[in-house]
Ligand binder design. Structure first.
Ligand code: CP
Ligand code: NVA
Length: 334
């Protein structure tokens, strides 16, 4: 049984937890997954209440928090981009103090990382970052769980992240890799590399975890013989539509296609946090196709649908890992 040193803590970024603590959270998620599959789930948080604040859209994160909370016995309130007073008539600081009087935990998805920090400082309850412009820590828990399931280990796993490496996913994958001892390569145009200060901090962590952090704009150097090929959208939520044209020109050499997968090797797995632009079955995918004539953006449909792609296992693991972080930070004992 795990001693509960997690109770009352927030997940603002992965840097809030140590390597050992993250591994224990992954173990807990594995255990919760097994229990759910065997129909043998206790409800250890019966009667607790959590609130989910979403200033941006979501499918996976919202559903994982809702189903996860229900599975653990909790009640949920969802507050979307409109309909609450937060930020418009009431400051984040005041909202935090109100929500902290009613709820046991708060999930926040939105723009500024400062909002997560203020919610955590003033609510007095655990706050879980469900994505900001800067970080996406709950996604990385699911990614690491999936890599461990597929490859049997995390240490020295060669993970090549293609595309916009200075977005929330690039930053958080680099932090997660540094903590857990992976060989992380950001394969991206130079002006899309993660922030230099964050790179420095991750390299300092890597020095003790055995991780490696490489930044390169050479797809052959970064992406040859790797275990994991990872990509994310080229234009993130909150960025203007006008960003697309320049972004497509910059990012096309970093598109994950069959050539990149061949270079990675037959045993490499393909990962993506999703949602992904890989065909013309979305409004934005069709509109990009009409304007720029390309079908499939950050990943081609062939790669997305190939046997090497583990994206839906990864999406499922959002549920188990989000349950683990809620359970660990809310339960009296584990
Ligand atoms: N990966 C992820 O966070 O997906 P959603 O935007 O659907 O929550
Ligand atoms: N970088 C993406 C991640 C979506 C899960 C975005 O912020 O839109």
């Amino acid at each position: 049984m795990m001693s509960n040193r997690y109770k009352g803590r927030s997940l603002k970024t992965l840097l809030d937890f140590s390597r050992q603590e993250i591994i224990e959270l992954l173990d807990l998620a594995e255990d919760l997954k097994k229990k759910k599959k065997s129909g043998n789930e206790p409800k250890p948080l019966l009667g607790k209440n959590v609130v989910l604040l979403f200033e941006k859209d979501s499918t996976r994160t919202r559903c994982a928090f809702e189903v996860g909370a229900f599975d653990l016995g909790m009640n949920v309130t969802y507050l979307g981009p409109t309909g609450s007073q937060m930020g418009k008539k009431e400051s984040i600081k005041d909202t935090a103090r109100v929500l902290g009087r009613m709820y046991d935990g708060i999930e926040y998805r939105g723009f500024s990382q400062d909002t997560v920090d203020i919610l955590a400082e003033y609510s007095g309850v655990p706050v879980w970052n469900g994505l900001t412009d800067s970080y996406h820590p709950t996604q990385i828990l699911a990614d690491m769980m999936t890599i461990r399931e597929k490859l049997g280990r995390l240490e020295q796993v060669k993970l090549a992240y293609f595309g916009d490496a200075r977005n929330n996913m690039g930053n958080s994958l680099m932090i997660g890799s540094a903590l857990l001892g992976l060989d992380f390569r950001a394969v991206a145009p130079r002006d899309y590399w993660p922030d230099a200060l964050l790179v420095e901090r991750c390299r300092a962590i890597a020095a003790s975890s055995g991780a490696k952090i490489t930044l390169t704009d050479d797809v052959a150097i970064g992406g040859s013989n790797v275990d994991v090929v990872y990509t994310d959208v080229w234009v993130s939520m909150g960025e203007p539509e006008s960003a697309w044209q320049a972004r497509i020109e910059k990012m096309l050499p970093f598109q994950v296609n069959e050539k990149i997968m061949t270079q990675a090797g037959q045993r490499a797995i393909f990962m993506h946090c999703l949602p992904a632009f890989h065909n013309l079955e979305t409004v934005i995918g069709r509109s990009i196709n009409e304007k720029y004539g390309i079908n499939g953006l950050e990943v081609t449909n062939n790669v997305f649908e190939s046997p090497q792609s583990v994206v839906f296992d990864e999406a499922e693991n959002r549920l188990h890992t989000i349950k683990a972080i809620m359970y660990a930070t809310l339960a009296d004992t584990l």
